[in-house]
Design a protein around this ligand. Structure first.
Ligand code: 13P
Ligand code: SF4
Length: 361
């Protein structure tokens, strides 16, 4: 989806980091409780230090919902997260994304209706339950809600899939094939029970028999950050640190998750580092800003990226101090820039999918 972020005024682009800090601090102070700044764990430090709350994508939306006194929610994260916050917050609250180009290639997918219609010609569509990861657009969450399905997070994917397979015969899982596969394997399903649906091909690149036989149809999507980690990285880390601990996010491939010592969501990773014995060396397969922050904030342990060359999430990285200063100063001037709104019909059905998840877990 194309969203255009206009160039910032030169004042912000030319400012030193000290000036930007001063402007952000002054604007934040002036706005007081009317503004609530949320920072996803993958944000850079120059942004994260201003966050009133940190969290993973779902937790941040819930936190926004718990602050109805805040007129403005400045969401330092990516577009789908800001949409979820808009869906869950009250009518009077405005959600702001400091850079409109902070999207997510995995979350922004189309071709969903076409896939559903193609599958309806081959399988009993009433028995097919669509499930989408929290990391998806509001439109996809709404599609899922309208078609009897639910949202899941990386923490509760297994429970949501169990619910879905109790309700129907098979699941169409969006948009991250790795989370779908890792969750299916953890539930005891084998690779033979799963097929990857390639939206670029006729009938997802599958035969009628594939569609009928599969219990889990996995949308061919992935997170470009987590898919980079390989078992070679794990072998290299273990060769250097035989007692080291490897923890990966379930958006990594199943080979990587199988070879890791522990697998879990962003929130799980933070707790696992806290619980590891003092003196441990821990390699983490997730976005590098969280890894570096865990290393800085846990001085009695060594926390490193599983891939020494890993790059940050390029879209999360778009949110920086100049954009944060710009949106906050605009609010002080009475202008709401970069508001993210989800229309009423989409909100209605996306909420249904989110509420189903909450009632399952
Ligand atoms: P969580 O924040 O839900 O752990 O998702 C990971 C991620 O990739 C966020 O973009
Ligand atoms: Fe999307 Fe992955 Fe970046 Fe999260 S880390 S925003 S899933 S590309």
């Amino acid at each position: 989806m194309l969203r255009i972020q206009n160039r910032l005024p030169d004042r912000y682009l030319d400012a030193s980091s000290e000036q930007l800090d001063e402007w952000i601090a002054t604007a934040k102070h002036t706005l007081g409780d009317r503004v609530f700044i949320l920072g996803h764990h993958y944000q850079r430090d120059e942004v994260m230090k201003w966050a009133d709350a940190r969290g993973d994508s779902f937790r941040l939306s819930v936190l926004a919902q718990e602050r109805p006194d805040a007129d403005y929610i400045v969401f330092c994260g990516v577009h789908f997260m800001a949409e979820s916050a808009d869906i869950l917050t009250a009518e009077h609250q405005k959600v702001i994304l400091p850079d409109l180009n902070a999207g997510c290639s995995m979350a922004d997918i189309d071709e969903v209706t076409e896939a559903w219609e193609s599958l309806a010609e081959v399988v009993d569509i009433e028995r097919l339950v669509p499930i989408t990861y929290m990391n998806s657009s509001a439109a996809l969450k709404a599609f899922v809600g309208e078609h009897g399905g639910a949202v899941c997070t990386s923490t509760n994917a297994k429970a949501v899939l169990e619910w879905a397979l109790d309700k129907g015969d098979k699941v169409l899982f969006f948009p991250d094939q790795h989370l779908g596969r890792n969750s299916g394997l953890a539930m005891g399903y084998g690779h033979e029970d799963m097929r990857v649906w390639n939206p670029r091909q006729e009938l997802g690149g599958l035969t009628d028999a594939d569609c009928k036989d599969a219990t889990l149809l996995l949308w061919k999507g992935h997170c470009s950050v987590h898919q980079r980690f390989t078992t070679d990285h794990i072998d290299a880390f273990r060769a250097e640190h035989p007692d080291g601990i490897v923890i990966t996010h379930p958006e990594c491939s199943y080979e990587v998750c199988e070879a890791a010592d522990q697998v879990g969501s962003t929130d799980f990773i933070i707790r696992a580092v806290a619980a590891a014995p003092v003196g441990s060396t821990i390699a983490i397969g997730t976005e590098v800003h969280l890894v570096n922050r865990l290393n800085d904030e846990t001085p009695d342990k060594t926390v490193v990226s599983l891939d020494p060359l890993v790059c940050p999430c390029s879209t999360m990285f778009r949110i920086d101090a100049p954009h944060l200063a710009w949106v906050l100063e605009a609010l002080v001037d009475g202008r709401v820039v970069n508001q993210i709104t989800v229309d009423a019909a989409t909100t209605k059905w996306a909420k249904v999918a989110l509420e189903r998840m909450l009632s399952i877990t």
